[in-house]
Design a protein around this ligand. Sequence first.
Ligand SMILES: [Zn+2]
Length: 94
Amino acid sequence: MTIAIKFEGNPTMNNPNEARVKCTQCDTIHTLTLETEEVDRTERQMGAEVQYDTTGEVDCGCGQEITYIQSEWEYPEGSPTTSDKPVVTGGTLV
Ligand SMILES: [Zn+2]
């Protein structure tokens, strides 16, 4: 199934719009829908440095909450510079 996602971040960012995670408590696999948005902007010498966070979350049937977050930066705007590894709590990427 294809899920249409509206990215609020810069379209040059190469984020996936889905992530598959496995619950650490019951091993159920969930597909998270991810959304990217600008969370920080700093004016610097070459222009704006912009931070984008890509996040998703799901409540597993066992009561566990699984969250996903990945931060990326552009400097100047439009030029990706740094990309953190995704951080998943309550589950693991599969
Ligand atoms: Zn679970």
